[in-house]
Design a protein around this ligand. Sequence first.
Ligand code: ZN
Length: 244
Amino acid sequence: MIVIKWLLFVLLVVSCFWLLYAVLPTYLYRWFHPRVCTHLKQTQSFALTFDDGPHREYTAQILNLLKEHEMKATFFVVGTIANERPDLLKRMVAEGHEVGIHHHKHVSAWFLTPGQLKKEIQMCKNAIIEATGVEPIFYRPPWGHLNLFSVWCAKPYHTIIWSDIFGDWSLKKTKKALEAEMKSKLKRGAIYVLHDNGETKGADERAPEQTIGALREFIPYAKQRQMNSKTLSELKKEGTSTWN
Ligand SMILES: [Zn+2]
């Protein structure tokens, strides 16, 4: 009986710690912290953002598509992959896109100490600077997970979450469904998160093919409605309000 009581006590302590360190900060910071942004105000445009790359084939296809339609995007890259494919980061910058931090390895902040989190951000930043010579301004944590210290560890970067997420990392999401959802959610100030690499944990390797297929239809649709995708820096300058 005493053993069961002790086990329940330990479980309670661990659950409380988890709630305070990981779950509550993830939601409370998103809703209330001025340095954590989920959408933009007072702008005529929206933001396409891509996580988890760069991927040799898919990222290049997305860059071709963006170039064809003169749209700009922000790529939140993984540091270890950026080190392997610096040419793609160089191309992003040369073509007017922005590169942001997504951790050095694709790990959740929920399982990192403040020191480990800071290192993930720093090492990814170094990879971006080494490839492009440009200091990043924005940070997006993998899976949007924040911990109690994330906002301090991520300083001086702005933490960007998203206004719309589509589940495009899974092949269960068909191209048609993705396209329809992207069109229906299009609004000024929106931040779309998509994925240009399916090699991360929990994703389907070929899922970006659906994303690219949907973008081929979605981008001309947005353009017809005078809705241009811009980089987060461009949108930050365009909007006059503080980040939300
Ligand atoms: Zn990610």
